[in-house]
Ligand binder design. Structure first.
Ligand code: NAP
Length: 210
């Protein structure tokens, strides 16, 4: 195994990984996993730390995912797995900067799949719920404040994510019992599409040009 040590909050290190990704034809899979969690709520957190979080969870993740998509699309094969989070769907209930970084990863995956999917590149966004890792310990917290019934064992989460990849899911939510619930959510989102950009404001705003 070849290890390329990188601090992905440093842009020169991200570029080093990007160059390797673009140059090495043996690389056919990118797993965009690196990420850090919040220290508290938005009102409690350190704003400089939140910017470091954006640097890692968004700037580095974006650069590597887009570079991989461009490279794999040229080659006509390859896969990108992006680790997002279910908090992308519940911004009112978690640190907003963290949930926004994960919503970014989710949107990015949808968009890359729409563009590079037809060119032979596979994409998956994994949206774990609470998963027992070192994520909170690294910022002085713990999983103890959550009911154990909400915290998944990491091997179960990863096994489910890989099963979802094998099933060619674009979005994998390991905890969600009924995939029909997510399909209904997606259908509701798409139903907004035809009305999201018109030449006039909606009638309820009372703006009419006579
Ligand atoms: N645990 C959860 O409840 C949960 C839920 C939803 C989503 N996620 C997401 O899952 C992903 C993995 O997190 P985790 O839960 O496994 O947390 P973790 O145990 O703290 O692991 C974090 C991972 O990110 C890497 N990393 C951190 N800072 C880095 C940096 N500056 N440069 C390069 N790599 C860096 C770490 O590498 P080193 O070990 O080398 O430091 C480690 O591999 C993250 O994107 C996280 O947002 C976690």
């Amino acid at each position: 195994m070849d290890v390329l040590p990188s601090d992905l909050t440093k842009r020169e290190d991200v570029r080093k990984v990007e160059q390797r990704l673009r140059a090495d034809e043996a690389i056919t899979l990118l797993v965009n996993n690196a990420g850090i969690g919040p220290k508290g709520t938005l009102l409690e957190d350190d704003i400089d730390y939140l910017e470091t979080m954006i640097e890692l969870n968004v700037i580095a993740a974006n650069r590597l995912a887009v570079a991989a998509a461009q490279t794999f699309a040229e080659r006509g094969r390859g896969a990108v797995i992006n680790i997002a989070s279910v908090v992308a769907f519940i911004p009112e209930r978690f640190n907003g900067t963290y949930s926004a970084t994960k919503a970014f990863v989710l949107n990015l995956t949808h968009a890359l799949n729409a563009e590079a999917g037809p060119k032979g590149v596979k994409f998956q966004a994994v949206l774990p719920g609470l998963t027992r890792t070192e994520i909170f310990e690294r910022v002085g917290g713990s999983f103890d404040r959550f009911p154990p019934s909400m915290v998944m064992d990491v091997t179960d989460m990863v096994d489910a994510a890989l099963a979802g990849f094998d099933q060619e899911e674009l979005i994998t939510i390991p905890s969600l019992p009924e995939v029909a619930d997510f399909d209904a959510f997606t259908a509701a989102r798409h139903s907004l599409g035809p009305n999201l950009s018109h030449d006039k404001p909606a009638v309820r705003y009372g703006i009419s040009k006579s």
